[in-house]
Write a protein that binds this ligand. Structure first.
Ligand code: EPS
Length: 378
């Protein structure tokens, strides 16, 4: 079974990712891994830490001569800002962060022991895993594309129709948006928010292209693909909600307005994936009954504003129990663009997990045989 775990603290020596269940024989492009790491470091609104770091992946195991061995893959990202033992205690918990709940749970008076691991720095390790797994999915024509749909309430209603155009627009954008019409307003809002010492959240959309009908499973609650993707996305720091397709909005409409009618046309390349069945709308976001239905999967994650505020909120000192302002060191004003790369990585992982459950094998060739045997040869 495909799985990964991460280890490492924000200001510790390094971050580690161990990936298990990755098939043998996949050619790994190290430069691609580092390109993805760089993307996570970017985007307008990031704070001082990203000027210190240059996140690079070092492959410690599981790959030989650029090919996966089928054994556990260990990836390491060194922290330039390695100073964990010298850092001062944090006794002024930040509302919205893990500081208070974690300190109480672990019986600590210093929330540093909690925040070092709770920090979104950990997402660098997830992006490394996601990048590696993207290479595997690309062997099957599956692409995962994440972008920023909105920040601070300025949201795009543009629907992505052409992936290549989307990629070009995202590449040009400081915010990883695909809609230039909202960019200037968001940039201004980030500037004003920074001056006010505040922070901003936003909305991220992740779309998965090229999936066949049949990933996930309706037979058990924890096998449903939408539930699993929601879990993967909700596990990301600061993500507070997830929806698919029409999402929350479906609850306000008639059934006849929501459900995607079924049509049939065999001929296109897509028939291989769907057996010729197709939809003209995708309100379901590519999943029905917990199973992929052959349409692109469209997931949206809602991110809250980062809790570390230059103009801090009220808090209580963990030791004196006196009222005090929450702690502030430095922070991002807005990390939504970076989080879009993390969302992409987590969706990639969960899709690949479901893919390998259905078509898995020890080597890439075996997975390919299993997959090709399933496709609708029309
Ligand atoms: C992050 C590194 C952190 C923060 C941010 C994400 O670095 P530092 O705490 O040294 O400034 O910039 O973490 C948080 C938003 C958080 O709440 O902990 C990174 O690498 O992405």
């Amino acid at each position: 079974m495909l799985y990964f775990k991460t280890a490492g603290e924000s200001h510790g020596k390094c971050l580690i990712t161990i990936i298990e269940g990755f098939p043998a024989g996949v050619l790994i492009d190290e430069a691609f891994l580092n390109k993805e790491m760089k993307r996570r470091q970017g985007g307008l609104g990031r704070g001082g830490r990203m000027q210190i770091e240059e996140d690079r992946v070092e492959i410690l195991s599981g790959i030989r001569n650029n090919r996966s061995l089928g054994s556990p893959i260990c990836l390491m990202i060194k922290n330039s800002d390695y100073k964990i033992d010298e850092l001062p205690a944090v006794t002024k918990p930040r509302p919205g962060h893990a500081d208070l709940a974690g300190a109480i749970k672990y019986n600590q008076k210093d929330a540093r022991d909690i925040l070092e691991r709770a920090s979104a720095r950990e997402t660098a390790a997830r992006v490394a895993a996601g990048a590696l797994i993207k290479i595997l999915l690309s062997q099957f024509g599956i692409e995962v594309f994440g972008y920023v749909k909105g920040i601070g309430g300025i949201n795009s209603d543009k629907i992505l129709k052409d992936l290549d155009v989307g990629k070009k627009n995202r590449e040009k954008s400081k915010l990883y948006c695909i809609d230039q019409d909202i960019e200037a307003r968001i940039i201004e809002k980030i500037k004003q928010t920074s001056e006010k010492g505040d922070s901003l959240g936003g909305i991220i959309e992740v779309i998965v292209y090229g999936l066949p009908i049949g990933l996930g499973n309706h037979t058990q609650w924890d096998l449903k693909l939408d539930a699993r993707l929601a879990y993967a996305l909700m596990s990301i720091q600061a993500i507070k909600g997830v929806e698919f397709g029409l999402g929350y909005n479906a609850s306000n409409k008639y059934g006849s307005e929501v459900h995607d009618e079924i049509f049939y046309k065999k001929s296109t390349k897509r028939s291989l994936l769907t057996g010729g069945f197709k939809r003209h709308t995708n309100n379901a976001g590519g999943i029905e009954g917990g199973i992929s239905n052959g349409e692109p999967i469209v997931a949206r994650a809602y991110m809250k504003p980062i809790p570390t505020l230059k103009k801090p909120l009220r808090s209580v000192d963990l030791i004196t129990k006196e009222p005090i302002e929450a702690s502030y060191e430095r922070s991002d004003v807005c990390a939504v663009p970076a989080a879009s790369v993390v969302c992409e990585g987590m969706v990639t992982f969960e899709i690949a997990r479901a893919f390998l459950e259905k078509f898995g094998g020890d080597s890439l060739d075996e997975v390919k045989r299993n997959y090709e045997g399933y496709l609708f040869n029309m």
